[in-house]
Ligand binder design. Structure first.
Ligand SMILES: *Cc1c(COP(=O)(O)O)cnc(C)c1O
Length: 392
């Protein structure tokens, strides 16, 4: 498979919703109210495959179906393998449980001292502030609680969460996530950010959000003013495929960026969506052009009903190898696997070192050429260009 751009450079427009006045289309509330959430609504626009029909019928028990009109326009109705379609329309694979799959594959519930807080790493916490998103990714790592299709009944306790952070001086980094924190009203979000900023030991605040991608209309000047007021607020966004990079999204990232929000991207490696070096290269290049630094590329978590998305780790390593040296270093995300059961993120890196001993390290470069680098220590003699040698 090789990726070629089959749309205009930065796709834009109202697509199926030409009849809607532009000012409604631009309203994030209108976009949320008019989401596609049922099989009947889907079938007004497209013909579902039998695979999708089985998935849609099961969604109510697993993870709700919801797609904003803006994002739905990016689906190619004539292509059952469209990378946007694969991420958004449920498939039969969701009804199956494969070996090793778990509801809470990262053991988050065990690391939760109070509802909504996950404290796995010594110096930082994940603060889940809602179980709702603008649209639902079929491979969601928090399917167990997000959208409440499984009756998890998640109730974030903001006060308890804030008090936990206040009383733990080792927490210098707070990551707001969910669900999607940008679904909260400006008032609620401002309250949370203001309270976090008052805590002297909290140095770093970031928000994990796919709202810019699903609902760029939410990135209003008022929201950007809040980020300016309580900044620096960092943001981890989530694009998986270059087709998600629209003119509207580019403008939303500009608004965030000009409000002083540094942007990083987290992708999930997904079968048929982005498990291809050409697709990944097109994505990371688009990200840089939109002021977004690729941050992580995730190996899929072992969530129940996710096996149809799984990619062989060797393929992931090949993708990183196809990027390193072949394109801008800033464009290359760190490939990671979140250890099943709750061990945290572990980097997965292609191996360039062929051998290493007291005398030298032998490695290959991005072109496969072999090089040797002599090490100090075999004889104890410093290298001739070391500071000590220069002083003598
Ligand atoms: C991913 C994650 C973080 C943040 O990790 P970084 O490597 O700092 O981005 C924090 N807490 C939990 C529980 C996480 O899963």
């Amino acid at each position: 498979m090789s990726y070629s751009e089959d749309r205009s450079e930065w796709y834009e427009g109202q697509g199926h919703w030409q009849h809607v006045p532009a000012e409604q289309w631009q309203s994030w509330i209108w976009q949320l109210k008019n989401r596609i959430t049922t099989r009947e609504q889907l079938e007004q626009f497209m013909t579902l495959t039998p695979d999708e029909k089985a998935g849609v019928a099961f969604a109510g028990q697993k993870l709700s179906l919801a797609i904003t009109p803006y994002f739905f326009n990016l689906i190619d109705r004539d292509d059952p393998n469209c990378p946007i379609r694969l991420q958004m329309i449920p498939r039969e694979g969701e009804t199956k449980v494969s070996a090793g799959e778990m509801l809470d594959s990262l053991g988050e519930d065990e690391h939760s001292p109070v509802p909504g807080i996950v404290h796995r790493y010594p110096d930082r916490v994940l603060f889940l502030v809602t179980d709702r998103c603008a649209a639902y990714c079929r491979y969601c790592t928090r399917s167990r609680l997000v959208s409440n299709a499984q009756d998890y009944n998640f109730h974030p306790e903001y006060e308890q969460g804030l008090r936990y952070i206040e009383s733990h001086p080792e927490v210098r980094d707070v990551l707001l996530s969910g669900g999607d924190p940008l679904l909260l009203s400006d008032r609620k979000l401002e309250h949370l950010l203001a309270r976090l900023r008052e805590i002297p030991h909290v140095e770093f605040i970031r928000i994990g959000s796919r709202i810019p991608v699903f609902l760029p209309q939410r990135i209003t000047p008022e929201l950007c003013d809040i980020f300016k007021r309580y900044g620096p607020i960092w943001m981890s966004v989530h694009l998986n495929h270059p087709r998600e990079a629209t003119a509207e999204l580019k403008a939303a990232f500009e608004r965030l960026s000009f409000a002083g929000v540094p942007l990083g991207n987290q992708s999930v490696l997904l079968a048929g969506v982005n498990d291809d070096p050409d697709v990944m290269k097109a994505l990371v290049h688009r990200l840089l052009r939109m002021r977004v630094r690729p941050y992580y590329l995730y190996q899929m978590d072992l969530i129940t009903g996710g096996s149809h998305f799984k990619v062989d780790v060797r393929k992931g390593l090949d993708i990183i190898r196809a990027l390193r040296g072949h394109t801008t270093g800033y464009a290359i995300p760190q490939y990671v696997v979140d250890a099943p059961g709750g061990g945290g993120k572990v980097p997965l890196n292609p191996d360039y070192v062929e051998s290493i001993n007291d005398e030298e390290v032998v490695f290959r470069n991005f072109e496969g050429k072999q090089f040797r680098y002599p090490l100090v220590g075999a004889t104890g003699a410093p290298l001739s260009n070391s500071p000590e040698a220069l002083v003598e």
